[in-house]
Write a protein that binds this ligand. Structure first.
Ligand code: COA
Length: 175
């Protein structure tokens, strides 16, 4: 299904302030630690200038976003996209904006030669799981069909990751 009625665009460093506001809204809604606006704006401004990080915004003014970090893989010439956060403000949900965002992300990723995308979802978050599955994500190893797990080891206790249970991309470790 196409969701062409939504204005979706790739963010530039100039969008750091609105992206920071939305990310803080997301963290607050889920009772996660919230970074201070100015510090977050600065970090996002630097990240959005990098080649291995990008964000997509929906709406004008923006009411939803997705952030993506890229990593290299030995299994292909392109990169893997780790979908870090995807968020639509509560009053705009259920109207196709999230689908428009993720479809646009897919198009952008393919255009950049990205070979795969990953996302981490909490097991109880059945709505988000259904959403991602509807958009092509699977939680099993595509080769073997075996269930895939996400494992996390925090190596820097000084880094306060906003969603310890949500951040980074999932992987399908082989036993
Ligand atoms: C998940 C999310 C981005 C989807 O955006 P959206 O604009 O509501 O999505 P769409 O309208 O395109 O599609 C609706 C689907 O979203 C999913 N969904 C997940 N959470 C939802 C929510 N709180 N309200 C409505 N739909 C939700 C459902 O699968 C729904 O489909 P359904 O008809 O089978 O119930 C949005 O609901 C959201 O921001 N949720 C809170 C943050 C979150 O869970 N992010 C993903 C994990 S990082």
């Amino acid at each position: 299904m196409a969701h062409s009625t939504f204005d979706v665009r790739v963010a530039s460093p100039d969008d750091a302030a609105s992206l920071a506001t939305l990310l803080r809204d997301f963290n607050q809604e889920f009772d996660a630690p919230v970074d201070e606006q100015t510090a977050l704006e600065g970090r996002l401004s630097r990240l959005l200038a990098r080649r291995d990080f990008f964000a997509v915004l929906v709406g004008d003014p923006a009411f939803g976003f997705a952030t993506v970090a890229l990593r290299a893989t030995a299994y292909g010439d392109g990169e893997v996209a780790a979908l870090e956060d995807l968020y639509i403000r509560p009053d705009a949900r259920g109207q196709g904006a999230g689908s428009a965002l993720i479809e646009s992300l897919g198009q952008h990723a393919r255009a950049r030669g990205i070979v795969a995308a990953e996302v981490f979802v909490d097991e109880p978050d059945a709505d988000a799981l259904r959403f991602y599955q509807r958009h092509g994500f699977v939680h099993h190893d595509p080769g073997t069909g075996e269930r895939a797990f996400y494992l996390h080891h925090n190596l820097d206790s000084g880094t306060r990751l906003p969603h310890p249970e949500r951040q980074f991309g999932s992987t399908a470790p082989k036993a």
